[in-house]
Design a protein around this ligand. Structure first.
Ligand code: ADP
Length: 542
């Protein structure tokens, strides 16, 4: 409905841009640390004040390389202070920082670089071997810059050294002001189904999302945060924007993401909170068990990207006193959608009830609207039981993909996440499946996520994935694929006895298969499409 007679507000019209975030951090939290386990070897230490000065130098260097507003500048890099500088300097001059996932194959990397028509590529030294392919298979890239100094420069004069570029430049940069809807960051989806698609984040979305993330996870000036989530995928969940906003210190692990390395870094740098996907936390929990303690100052972890198993929440909270908050989101959502915090009324719940609630994904953060609809688009009730297609709406959610002319939204303006979920009366979201992974048995849906979660509580099972296999009578039945923790390999009968009462009886898997390891994709998730391919000829017994 169009209203008439509206009165304009009389507030300043200052755009929401990313550079002011770092200006703020430099001015008010200038001595706060940014620490990296560097790829060259030693621990690297800097501050927000120094980071801002180097961002100015980098901006001059980019302009000298001929980078213009709207140009795409790619990074193929792990988490580090230099990657942080690129985030800000590239977007700050009006260009677009395009983070590319180094875990993709060289062919996929080149496809993405060509699709984005990047004009420069900044890479970390371990990825130098990919540059030969990049040179031969891409056409738009004019500059290849190794993110290191002259002493560690790979190649034979093939690349520029990042530190050499900066050395010649002044610190002060006259940052331009422009429309907050201008693009500042680009990230491609991992393309598990079909070709990867570019999600183009505006400055406005990045700033608002950073605020939303900080409000939701309670990061503050007393925190030292370790985002184990990669800066090469979905902006490390917005931490590089959020932490400077609240003056929290940051620690970057570089390549050292195994349990013992993470534990040591958390211990020595007094990390209070960390963010990552479940596969990362499995390593840390094993190390905490080996040492019989948690890293000294670790208070809380944010787990997202895939469902946090109940056994993982229990391990953190009950064994080690580390608070768990689960989060859910996706590339198209910058990525945050929901975070799991308990309500005051939940204080009276038993430990087990609290853990069960924490294993749900959580409640929407302000700025993200959620709805669940059935196959015909009808709204489903928030009763905690009606499962349907999860759709979202908000100022940091994509409306279309880079270079695609069509809208990515439903006719009434919502984004369909591809997830199947329930919402309960308190607004807790529970992801039961991705639409493509759901198992349809006798006209009912079996939640592969819930079934895996339950199986992971079994002491002999280290990893589990459930896929649907064809069945004459029931259409599909669940096949459980496991990695055993040790020598013991429980039969499907043993597992189902153990699962009794934990899941509905008709969900119990019809068979179990053991393999050495599950295929993990470039963003740390189990690749069920590969399992479906591997087990496509699997026949269930009578
Ligand atoms: P992709 O894996 O397609 O690259 P994202 O990295 O954007 O995409 O992952 C988004 C998807 O990951 C969500 O749609 C959802 O299926 C899954 N996901 C993210 N967080 C959670 C969570 N806490 N619990 C269950 N699933 C999650």
């Amino acid at each position: 409905m169009a209203l008439s007679g509206l009165m304009p507000g009389l507030m300043m019209d200052r755009p929401l841009l990313v550079i002011p975030l770092m200006q703020y951090a430099a001015a008010y939290h200038g001595d706060t640390k940014v620490v990296t386990q560097s790829l060259e070897g030693p621990i690297h230490r800097t501050t927000y004040a120094e980071t801002y000065r180097r961002i100015g130098q980098l901006a001059h260097a980019l302009v000298r390389l001929g980078i213009k507003p709207g140009d795409r500048v790619a990074t193929l890099a792990l988490n580090s202070w230099r990657h942080l500088e690129l985030y800000y300097a590239v977007a700050g001059i009006g260009a677009i920082c395009h983070t590319v996932n180094p875990r993709l194959s060289p062919e996929q990397i080149c496809y993405i670089l060509n699709h984005a028509e990047d004009c420069a590529l900044f890479f970390d030294i371990p990825f130098a071997p990919v540059m030969a392919k990049v040179k031969s298979a891409t056409s738009s890239i004019r500059h290849l810059i190794a993110m290191t100094d002259a002493a560690h420069l790979p190649g034979d004069g093939d690349f520029l050294a990042y530190e050499d570029l900066l050395a010649r430049e002044p610190h002060d940069y006259d940052w331009p002001t422009f429309d907050e809807n201008t693009a500042g960051q680009l990230c491609y989806t991992s393309g598990t189904t079909g070709m990867p698609k570019g999600v183009l984040y505006s400055h406005r979305a990045l700033v608002l999302h950073g605020w939303g993330m900080m409000a939701a996870c309670g990061l503050n000036v007393a925190d030292t945060s370790l985002p184990v989530v990669p800066m090469f995928h979905v902006n490390a969940w917005g931490m590089p924007y959020g932490a400077p906003m609240v003056g929290a210190a940051q620690v970057y692990a570089g390549r050292a993401m195994d349990g013992p390395s993470l534990f040591a870094l958390m211990d020595s740098e007094d990390v209070t909170c960390a963010q990552g996907v479940p596969t990362i936390w499995m390593g840390l929990i094993a190390e905490m068990r080996a040492q019989g303690r948690k890293p000294k100052h670790l208070e809380r972890v944010l787990i997202g990207g895939a469902a946090a198993p109940v056994s993982m929440v229990e391990a953190f909270e009950l064994e080690f006193g580390v608070e768990v908050n689960q989060g859910w989101g996706m590339t198209e959502m910058t990525p945050l959608g929901v975070v799991n915090t308990l309500k005051p009324k939940h204080a009276s719940l038993s430990k087990a009830e609290k853990i069960a609630l924490k294993a749900k994904q959580g409640r929407a953060v302000f700025g993200v609207e959620l709805r669940i609809v059935d196959a015909s688009g009808q709204l489903l009730p928030r009763d905690g039981a009606s499962a349907g297609h999860l759709q979202v709406r908000g100022p940091w959610i994509a409306k279309s993909y880079y270079k695609e002319t069509t809208s990515a939204l439903t006719l009434d303006g919502w984004f369909d996440t591809g997830d199947i979920a329930t919402l309960d009366g308190d607004g807790y979201l529970h992801i039961t499946d991705r639409a493509k992974d759901i198992i349809k048995s006798g006209g009912e849906w079996i939640s592969s996520v819930d079934l895996e979660n339950a199986v992971l509580g079994h002491p002999d099972i280290a990893m589990a994935a459930v896929i649907g296999v064809p069945h004459e009578r029931w259409q599909e039945r669940p096949l459980l694929i496991c990695v055993a923790r040790g020598a013991a390999k429980p039969t499907v009968g043993d597992i189902n006895t153990w699962l009794g009462g934990k899941v509905p009886k008709w969900w119990l898997p019809d068979a179990v298969a053991y393999i050495e390891g599950l295929p993990i994709g470039p963003t740390g998730k189990i690749q069920k499409n590969r399992l479906r391919e591997q087990f496509k000829d699997f026949k269930l017994g009578a």
